[in-house]
Design a protein around this ligand. Structure first.
Ligand code: ZN
Length: 267
């Protein structure tokens, strides 16, 4: 996601890089190690269940605007099953995540937890917060063991603890990697959100270029949503000083349900 300094008056909204090049799909031949680990954690991490995020109350229907068809899903062709599949997490397994907010600024962690709670409320996906990490997602690095989802702040590549996930001028980037389930279906096995350290984002979820809007957008990518042209939606690729209050709107919510609990377990 691209943005501009909200303190400067710049009329042309920046356009996000298409993130479609970012997701990675492994060959549907073997169950990857991260997927097995995720399943093991889901059945044994009783202690972590106390950290299960409370699901925020969904925004009331009257506050949600726009068209419920304004969403776009990531799909992959499954050559083994000879069908096109929507890329999504298994909604019947809680998604464990960690946060690296060392460079995120004041209340960064709180904004992440709020964004994840909103994502959970809209999608029905369950998330478990395992704590902080110093891990920085970057291209080619294996997912963090035991934490299939990581939300991190980092400078661009080339700087200490930099991430190649942050493109030139980008303020944030979200993506996923998929592998196959025992039954041969694709499912997301790891996901990430990287926010550029020092990006001029207002904290919270108000109107304009806010940290909350960027987090909600990139988390949308991390669960399988692509960009839409409809500027009403969080999954529109632009964030500008005139962006409305950060809320998943009708299209976002419809898309999140397609990749969430209503879509059913992945066998
Ligand atoms: Zn994007």
């Amino acid at each position: 996601m691209h943005t501009t300094n909200p303190l400067k008056t710049r009329k042309t909204p920046f356009s996000d890089h298409p993130d479609t090049k970012d997701p990675q799909v492994t060959a549907p031949t073997a169950l990857s190690t991260p997927s097995r680990r995720l399943l093991q954690l889901a059945t044994t991490a009783a202690a972590a269940s106390a950290a299960l995020l409370a699901v925020a109350s969904p925004a009331s229907a009257s506050t949600i605007v726009g068209s419920p068809t304004s969403y776009r899903l990531s799909t992959v062709q499954n050559p083994v099953l000879d069908r096109t599949e929507v890329v999504r997490w298994d909604p019947c397994t809680p998604i464990d995540f960690r946060i690296n907010a060392a460079l995120g600024g004041r209340q960064a962690k709180a904004d992440v937890l709020t964004a994840v709670a909103r994502l959970s409320a809209a999608s029905g996906l369950q998330f478990r917060y395992l704590g902080s990490t110093s891990y920085v997602p970057t291209a080619g690095r294996a997912p963090l063991a035991g934490s299939p989802l990581v939300i991190a702040w980092a400078p661009p590549a080339g700087r200490p603890s930099g991430s190649s996930r942050i493109g030139a001028g980008e303020v944030g980037h979200g993506g996923w990697a998929a592998s196959t389930s025992p039954a041969g279906h694709y499912r997301i096995s790891s996901g990430y959100v990287v926010v550029r350290a020092g990006a001029p984002l207002a904290m919270g979820f108000g109107a304009g270029v806010t940290r909350g809007r960027v987090l909600m957008h990139e988390l949308g990518h991390a669960v399988g949503l692509d960009h839409v042209a409809d500027r009403t939606m969080v999954m529109n690729a632009t964030v500008t000083p005139s962006s409305p209050t950060a809320l998943y709107q009708a299209g976002d919510v419809a898309g999140l349900r397609r990749v969430g609990a209503p879509a059913g377990c992945i066998s």
